[in-house]
Design a protein around this ligand. Structure first.
Ligand SMILES: [Zn+2]
Length: 291
């Protein structure tokens, strides 16, 4: 009998690449790719790394983990094929757990010294950029969100086990930036990625970590997203688009000729394109404005 293994170099990496620019306080942690296919955020974090390679920080440090979920990234999917756990529902993780639980624990350990945490995600290819924060409960998260030049700040439902939710609960201000992109195959929205990159540069300017022109952002404050669903089966034709601000009772779209109206004033953070929908199918997400 002969028994042997033919080695195949598959280039699959399970380790986390952590890059730190500068040193000391304040310390800003940028994470991306916690959901492997949400690649606009990965693109943004890499743009920032290129910038910080060429521009020295005036004070403090920026720690960047561009690909927080390497095996999920390799598949361009939300979760790792090793255990299919959602990395952003299991923080602070478990150092003795499965791969994703151990990754959560490793990222958590890296986050303990951070003064500000920005976690980059994607809200789908038909999405629109917004900052997601538990801003109504945490004043420090509200302040951090207000320093980011992203058009909307949306109140989070605060689901347990998310890095930004658990960090806020532990006293470290943290927010998510949701960016258009991701989806099947991992689509980068270049424009949104660049806007988020500029928002991060602007944040570092306001924290006096970079010497640059500082413009105070003026985002729109919103309550929790309201998911719009199809009430019946049929052909959906949108009458609005992602990023559009709508008033109460404005027609968002029609299904078989019947109007689907907005429940209140707000901005659409997503709107599905024309297509066939079924009872309960998601149509779009509305961020209600807080006046
Ligand atoms: Zn995500």
């Amino acid at each position: 009998m002969r028994n042997y293994v033919v080695a195949i170099d598959d280039y699959i990496n399970k380790g986390l690449q952590v890059t730190v620019f500068g040193e000391g306080k304040p310390e800003v942690l940028i994470t991306a790719g916690i959901h492997g296919g949400e690649v606009t955020g990965i693109y943004t974090s890499r743009l920032l790394m290129e910038y910080l390679e060429k521009h020295q920080l005036h004070q403090g440090s920026v720690k960047i983990i561009s690909i927080c979920n390497p095996t999920a990234f390799r598949r361009m999917e939300r979760t790792s094929p090793y255990d299919n756990l959602d990395l952003n529902r299991i923080f602070p993780g478990n150092e003795k757990g499965t791969l994703t639980q151990r990754i959560a624990n490793a990222i958590w350990q890296e986050s303990l010294s951070a003064d500000f945490i920005i976690d980059l995600h994607c809200c789908g290819v038909h999405g629109y950029s917004y900052t997601l924060a538990v801003w109504q409960e945490h004043e420090s998260a509200r302040q951090l969100a207000s320093m980011l030049d992203i058009p909307l700040i949306v109140q989070s439902g605060g689901a347990k086990g998310q890095l930004f939710v658990e960090s806020c609960a532990a006293g470290r201000p943290a927010v998510i930036i949701e960016l258009p992109g991701g989806g099947q195959g991992g689509v980068i929205n270049e424009k949104a990625g660049l806007e988020a990159y500029n928002a991060l540069i602007g944040l570092l300017g306001q924290l006096e970590m970079l010497k640059c022109e500082v413009v105070k952002p003026s985002p729109t404050w919103c309550d929790k997203l309201i998911l719009q669903r199809a009430g019946f089966e049929g052909l959906f034709i949108p009458k609005t688009s992602s990023g559009q601000t709508v008033v109460k009772d404005q027609v968002l779209g029609i299904i078989n000729g019947i109007e689907l109206k907005s429940p209140c004033k707000g901005t659409l953070t997503s709107m599905r394109p024309m297509g066939y929908v079924f009872v309960g199918s998601p149509i779009g997400n509305l961020a209600p404005h807080i006046d």
